[in-house]
Design a binder for this molecule. Structure first.
Ligand code: FAD
Ligand code: UDP
Length: 376
């Protein structure tokens, strides 16, 4: 009899497995239907010996020192600040939009103060900012919205930005200085040996047994366990009884080229042309040296593994109904990006898992991890 069954070996499941095994000394069976741990953060060396991210670029960034301290038990770090260029009107321009973006796009020589006036003259008055379109047009105006955001968002999500919650494009700031980093967080570093190595270090505990290529459905009645943590899609847990929650998927095309460098930065976005949204070149993330280079092209799709919850009011309403079902299931904790239907970054999922663990330590009843966060 295992003390815990944990479904999903991504950040949510692995952090909880590590905490439960090391702090409570209880036994954990950690399962994943994939053939590896790490969830979507999984990385591996390809046939050329280049470290690639199987599920697209994962850049670690956070403002929470407690989360850095937690992960630092399992990895050393490599300084890396993420920079992204966007292919707009035949130029490669910094995104988030900043002073250089505008000066280079329009062949201007504005100062930061003049750029503030430039945005002020172009931004639209939006009574209540609700959608992913509202956020951008109310900050930089419609023309820049159309060049940098509308096409990318339509490709990425399969719907117009006016159909998505404001939180989607609010992830990308607008700057009037020359800061060309993608993230503004205080801590921006990559696990020095990669994510998968960090996961193996977290899970290296005799109290944790790992079973890969194992679906919860196939073992739920045959493996005895006392309590459970579920990090898969919440609608799937309930056999889609209330209908399907939409999750956006991606098809990844991994390519290796016989050239040392393909593009000037790790990620180039394609908001106006191409079927893919972005190309990632991994050597920029790792600093690896090689005469060859490995890239990933991301093609958004509705079919395939669930990668992104789709932030829209109607989806949130359906999630709330599943959340109500989850509240009635004793001794099962729903944690992570798929089970709490939140467009969370890695650090947010780790924070959610640690908050859940704190509730478990206090002997509180099982709940949705969002309640654990709210109680923090
Ligand atoms: P997951 O990593 O999805 O893990 C869930 C696991 O559960 C999966 O491995 C799945 O196989 C398993 N599972 C599901 N159902 C079952 C079942 N029935 N039986 C057995 N196993 C099951 N975050 C950042 O901070 N920075 C980034 O740069 C970044 N880039 C991203 C890029 C892409 C393309 C994507 C998709 C995400 C990105 N993220 C990034 C987000 C990051 O991937 C997530 O926040 C994090 O990995 C979520 O962890 P999780 O454990 O909740 O879910
Ligand atoms: N986005 C955009 N153009 C860009 C970058 C982002 O329109 O050049 C929008 C798009 O809707 C995207 C969202 O902003 O899905 C969030 O971007 P982020 O880079 O955070 O996406 P992720 O890395 O999570 O896929």
């Amino acid at each position: 009899m295992f003390d815990w069954l944990i479904v999903g070996a991504g950040f949510a499941g692995s952090v909880l497995a590590e905490r439960i095994a090391s702090q409570r000394k209880e036994s954990v069976l950690l399962i994943d239907r994939r053939n590896h741990v790490g969830g979507n953060a999984y990385d591996c060396y390809n046939e050329t010996g280049i470290l690639i991210h199987q599920y697209g670029p994962h850049i670690f960034h956070t403002n929470a020192q407690s989360i850095v301290d937690y992960l630092s038990q399992f990895t050393k770090w490599r300084p890396y600040e993420h920079r992204v260029l966007s292919a707009v009107d035949g130029k490669l321009l910094p995104i988030p939009i900043n002073l250089d973006t505008i000066n280079r796009l329009y062949d201007l020589d504005l100062t930061s103060a003049q750029l503030e006036d430039f945005f002020a003259s172009r931004r639209e008055v939006v009574e209540e900012i609700r959608t992913a379109e509202d956020v951008v047009v109310s900050t930089v105006g419609r023309e820049l919205y159309e060049k940098f955001f509308r096409g990318y968002t339509r490709k990425q999500w399969g719907v117009d930005p006016s159909q998505l919650n404001k939180s989607v494009t609010a992830r990308v700031p607008t700057r009037t200085d020359r800061d060309n980093r993608y993230f503004g967080d205080t801590f921006q570093q990559m696990p020095a040996g990669g994510y998968t190595r960090m996961f193996h270090s977290m899970l290296n505990n005799p109290k944790i047994k790992i079973m890969l290529q194992t679906d919860y459905r196939d073992i739920q009645s045959s493996v005895p366990f006392r309590r459970m943590i579920y990090t898969g899609p919440i609608d799937e847990y309930f056999d889609w009884s209330l209908g399907r929650l939409p999750y956006r998927s991606l098809r990844f095309e991994h390519v290796t080229r016989d050239q040392e460098q393909f593009q000037p930065v790790a990620v180039v976005n394609y908001p106006q042309t191409e079927d893919y949204t972005r190309i990632t070149e991994y050597k920029h993330l790792t600093g690896q040296k090689s005469p060859q280079t490995s890239l990933t092209y991301e093609y958004p799709t509705d079919v395939g593994d669930p990668y992104y919850p789709v932030p829209r009011a109607e989806n949130e309403a359906l999630f709330k109904r599943y959340e109500a079902l989850a509240a009635d299931v004793a001794d099962v904790w729903f944690v992570g990006r798929l089970a709490t239907y939140r467009y969370y970054n890695m650090d947010q999922v780790i924070g959610q898992a640690l908050a859940t663990f704190a509730r478990i330590q206090k002997g509180l009843p099982a709940a949705n991890a969002l309640q654990a966060e709210a109680a923090e």
